[in-house]
Design a protein around this ligand. Structure first.
Ligand SMILES: [Zn+2]
Length: 323
């Protein structure tokens, strides 16, 4: 009876609409399937039991949930050590799903390498699974100071749905200067070598594997950001402290895992160059309004060059005025 009704000319447009709806919803399923096939985080195996999870170098958005950065995974006999928990509750869950594609061992320890959102706002997710969280004491102070600002900015970029479940949860344990861990037979050193991209930035050094997870002390492929929370002079010194370990693999905070040469070229040389160029401008008696005279084209190959070069120079100018 129903079928007979759809055969009538009067109802043919309705049938067409229904068919269209079915086709569109199938297209939606296929689209969602494509998304699932291209995960936000790429897994790179660096050594036995040591992995980098590589996030995109673009800005935070609803797809990456704020995970536009790199994370580290060390699989030990005593469970997984995770370097940085992601920027949100759902971002942390995304990281955990990626960890589970590597190992079924539980995440036992989470390190926060700094105060930026993707270094700590996923803490709550992993704490609820029973993980213990470690951060430098200055990273925690920075996280507390910038919490509201970070939540507002993050919400604007990943949306309220993306932010759902995210709560400020701070480290269970803090350290000063450095901390040496021996977990499941793997030696893991945490070093704070001064205020860099954020006040409490630390790098994670695996001396036996000669791998460093630099956190935001190193950016490659994309231009680093000198923000109001950064201090470029001590950032240069923090890079030198990291480089003095002579790592064979550098997992930067942003960009692809690399060697010390490229890390030096893309981050260290840029900071040193910018400091020198801004100082020369000041020595000539020129004000901040002349900042665009600085030719930064040597670093034009880095992503985000256009959006960050001016802001970076301004921030270095402000800092140099106070030195
Ligand atoms: Zn970052």
């Amino acid at each position: 009876m129903l079928f007979a009704r759809y055969q009538s000319p009067v109802h043919r447009p309705l049938l067409t609409l229904l068919l269209l709806a079915v086709v569109l919803s199938m297209a939606g399923v296929i689209h969602a399937g494509n998304k699932a096939a291209a995960p936000v985080l790429e897994t790179a195996r660096l050594a036995d039991n040591v992995y980098a999870l590589i996030g995109p170098t673009t800005n935070r958005d609803a797809d990456n949930l704020g995970n536009n950065a790199n994370f580290g995974v060390i699989v030990t006999n005593d469970g997984v050590v995770l370097i940085d928990p992601g920027a949100s509750y759902k971002g942390a869950r995304m990281i955990h799903e990626t960890v589970r594609s590597i190992t079924d061992r539980p995440v036992k320890l989470v390190i926060n390498t700094g105060g930026q959102d993707h270094r700590w706002l996923g803490n709550g997710y992993f704490q609820s699974l029973g993980a213990h969280i470690i951060a430098h004491e200055k990273a925690v102070t920075d996280q507390q100071a910038r919490l509201q600002d970070q939540l507002i900015r993050l919400g604007g970029l990943i949306g309220s749905e993306g932010l759902e479940g995210t709560e400020a949860k701070y480290a269970d344990e803090t350290f000063t200067d450095h901390k040496v861990l021996d977990i499941g037979g793997i030696r893991i050193e945490l070093h704070h070598a001064g205020h860099a991209h954020t006040p409490g930035d630390s790098f994670v050094w695996l001396p036996d594997q000669k791998i460093v997870f630099s956190g935001d002390i190193v950016y490659v492929d994309r231009m680093l950001g000198v923000g109001p929370q950064s201090a470029h002079r001590s950032w240069i010194a923090a890079f030198e402290a990291m480089a003095s370990r002579k790592p064979e693999v550098v997992v930067p905070g942003h960009g692809r895992p690399t060697d010390l040469n490229k890390a030096t070229r893309d981050s260290y040389e840029y900071l040193v160059f910018l400091r020198g160029a801004v100082q020369a401008l000041i020595d000539e008696g020129l004000g901040m309004e002349e900042i665009s005279r600085i030719d930064q084209s040597r670093f034009e190959y880095l992503e985000n060059f256009d959006s960050l070069k001016g802001r970076n120079a301004q921030r270095v100018y402000e800092e140099l005025e106070w030195e």
